[in-house]
Write a protein that binds this ligand. Structure first.
Ligand SMILES: *Cc1c(COP(=O)(O)O)cnc(C)c1O
Length: 490
C-alpha cells in the first residue's frame, strides 16, 4: 500500500493502485529481466512439473480474490502457479507441436497488450487492421494463392477449421442438403476436424475417414471411390479436408490429387496446415510452398512453427469474398457506426469474433525483426534436425523408424528384434516415462498402427547437431537402465 495517501482527499481505487505501481516500479522492471529467463528455461529446469494432491490444495487456496494483497506478493503467487507446467520451451522438449515461443513473440505481445487495440474493424484500429490485411495477403501469396485471396487471424487451428467447414458448406450445400452433407478426412486427420463437424451438426456418419497409406497419407483412390458410393446413395459430398503436416507423423496428404478430385466433383478442398503450413516459409526448401496453392482454404497456426505465443492462428481462403458471404450479417449497429470503408469487408464480416486482439501485430513484430531469411532458417532447423536424428538412429541396430522424418516430426521405437509387439509397446512407454523422470528429454508416445512409437516434434530453434549425440546417449542409457532394473520378462 502507498504510504503517501493524504487523509482528507477522496482517493479512487484507480489512484490507489497506480500509486502502488509507481512505488513498485523498480521491482516491476526487474520482473521484466526475470521473465526473459522464463521464456528461455535452462536445461536443468524440470521438463514436466506435475501436481500432487497437496499441491492442488495449495493452488486452490490461491484461486479466489480475498482482501487486497501487495502487488509483488501476487507476482510471487503467479510464479508458484505457473511453476506447475511443462517447459515447452526447454531445449529437450519434443512433446507437443505448439512450443517454443521466442522472446520476440513475447515482446510483440507486450506491445499488443499495452496498446490493446480493438481490431474488429478499421474504425477502432485502422493501423493494425491495415497491417493485418496486408500481412494476410503476403502470407497467402507465399502459398501461391491468387490476388482474390484473403483471410483472418483467429485463436488457432481448431477455430480456423471450424470456419472453413462453415464456409465450405455455405458454398457447396443447399440449405436443404445439410443433413446429407458428407466430409472426407484421412484416418490421420486432427481430432478438431471431427469435433468441429459435430459442433456444426454433422454427425459421425457425415464424416468419412479415408484410410492412409504406408506413409500415413490419404489414399486418393479410396477417397474417389467413397465419394462415388456416397453420391449413389443420394448423399451430398461437399468437403475434402487434406492435412499438410499431420500432428502425429508430419505426413502431407497428396494435395494436388485431392484438389483434382474436389474440382471434378464440385467440392471444397480445405487443407489443415495448422502445424505444417509454416514449412512453406522454409529457406532451404522453397518447393514446399507450391502444394498449398491448390486448396480453397488453409488453416495455419503461428503459435506452432512461427514461434508465437498462444493463441495465434489464421484461416486463409483463395477468395476472400466467400468469407464475407458467410460471416457478414446485416446489422444497423455495425453498418451505421462502424464501417469506415463503405462496403469493404471489415474483420467482423470475415470471422466469428467482434472484439478481437491484434494477433497480427504480434506475428508482424517477429517477422519484421527476423526478416524472411532468418525466419526461413529457423524453420529449417527442425526439418534438418529430424532428418539427421533419423539418420543417427538408422545406424543403430536396436532402434526402428516407425514413421520417417517429415516436416520436423519423427517416430521411432526401441526394437532389439527379439520381443513381441506387446512387450515393445510396454518398453517404449517406459522409455518415454524414464526420459522425463530423469529430466533428459520430453518425448511422448503415440500409437501408430498398433505400435507404440516415440514421437519427436523438433521445432525448437535452440537445437544444434550436438544434441543428437546426447539424445542417442540418453536413449541408450535409458534402455540399459530399464534392463538393469527389470531384466527382460517373458
Ligand atoms: C494443433 C493442430 C490443430 C488444432 O489447432 P489449435 O491451434 O490447437 O486449435 C489442428 N490441426 C492440426 C494438424 C494441428 O497440428
Amino acid at each position: 500500500m502507498s504510504s503517501t495517501t493524504p487523509t482528507h482527499k477522496t482517493i479512487t481505487p484507480l489512484q490507489d493502485i497506480e500509486s502502488e505501481i509507481d512505488d513498485q516500479w523498480g521491482s516491476i522492471l526487474n520482473l521484466f529481466d526475470d521473465l526473459r529467463n522464463v521464456i528461455q528455461p535452462s536445461p536443468d529446469e524440470k521438463l514436466v512439473q506435475t501436481t500432487t494432491d497437496d499441491d492442488i490444495k495449495k493452488l486452490r487456496a490461491l484461486a479466489a480474490p480475498s482482501s487486497a494483497l501487495p502487488l509483488m506478493g501476487v507476482v510471487k503467487e503467479a510464479y508458484k502457479i505457473f511453476d506447475f507446467r511443462m517447459r515447452t520451451n526447454h531445449p529437450m522438449f519434443f512433446g507437443f507441436v505448439p512450443s517454443n515461443a521466442t522472446s520476440l513473440a513475447w515482446l510483440g505481445d507486450v506491445l499488443v497488450s499495452a496498446f490493446n487495440t480493438h481490431v474488429g474493424g478499421h474504425i477502432a484500429g485502422s493501423g493494425p487492421s491495415t497491417v493485418e490485411t496486408e500481412l494476410i495477403e503476403w502470407l497467402a501469396s507465399r502459398i501461391y494463392f491468387p490476388p482474390s485471396s484473403g483471410g483472418i487471424f483467429v485463436s488457432g487451428g481448431s477455430v480456423a477449421n471450424l470456419m472453413a467447414i462453415i464456409v465450405a458448406s455455405d458454398q457447396i450445400l443447399q440449405q436443404t442438403d445439410r443433413s446429407g452433407g458428407v466430409i472426407y478426412i484421412s484416418d490421420q486427420a486432427h481430432y478438431s476436424l471431427a469435433k468441429m463437424a459435430r459442433i456444426l451438426g454433422f454427425s459421425e456418419k457425415n464424416v468419412r475417414r479415408i484410410a492412409s497409406d504406408s506413409r500415413f497419407r490419404m489414399q486418393s483412390q479410396d477417397l474417389e471411390h467413397q465419394i462415388k458410393q456416397d453420391r449413389e446413395r443420394g448423399l451430398k459430398p461437399f468437403l475434402i479436408i487434406g492435412s499438410y503436416g499431420c500432428t502425429e507423423t508430419g505426413a502431407i496428404d497428396p494435395i494436388k490429387e485431392l484438389a483434382d478430385i474436389a474440382r471434378g466433383q464440385d467440392m471444397w478442398l480445405h487443407v489443415d496446415g495448422a502445424f505444417g503450413a509454416s514449412a512453406t516459409l522454409s529457406y532451404s526448401r522453397p518447393q514446399l510452398a507450391k502444394e498449398l496453392s491448390h486448396a480453397h482454404s488453409v488453416s495455419w497456426d503461428a503459435h506452432k512453427w512461427l514461434f508465437q505465443t498462444y493463441g495465434c492462428g489464421m484461416l486463409l481462403v483463395h477468395d476472400k469474398a466467400k468469407l464475407a458471404s458467410t460471416f457478414r450479417v446485416k446489422s444497423d449497429f455495425i453498418d451505421h457506426s462502424g464501417r469506415v470503408n463503405g462496403n469493404a469487408a471489415e474483420f467482423w464480416d470475415l470471422g466469428i469474433e467482434l472484439t478481437r486482439p491484434s494477433r497480427a501485430m504480434s506475428l508482424w513484430f517477429t517477422l519484421r525483426v527476423l526478416g524472411i531469411e532468418r525466419i526461413g532458417k529457423m524453420i529449417d532447423i527442425g526439418i534438418d534436425f529430424t532428418e539427421t536424428m533419423q539418420h543417427a538412429l538408422e545406424q543403430l541396430s536396436d532402434w526402428e523408424i516407425v514413421a520417417p522424418a517429415t516436416l520436423a516430426i519423427l517416430n521411432f521405437r526401441y526394437n532389439p528384434g527379439n520381443k513381441t509387439n506387446e512387450d515393445l509397446n510396454n518398453i517404449n512407454a517406459r522409455i518415454s516415462e524414464a526420459l522425463a523422470d530423469y529430466n533428459d528429454a520430453a518425448i511422448f508416445t503415440v500409437q501408430l498402427r498398433g505400435k507404440t512409437a516415440l514421437r519427436m516434434c523438433c521445432i525448437n530453434t535452440k537445437l544444434v547437431d550436438e544434441d543428437i549425440a546426447n539424445l542417442v546417449t540418453f536413449l541408450n542409457q535409458t534402455v540399459a537402465g530399464l534392463d538393469a532394473h527389470c531384466g527382460t520378462h517373458d
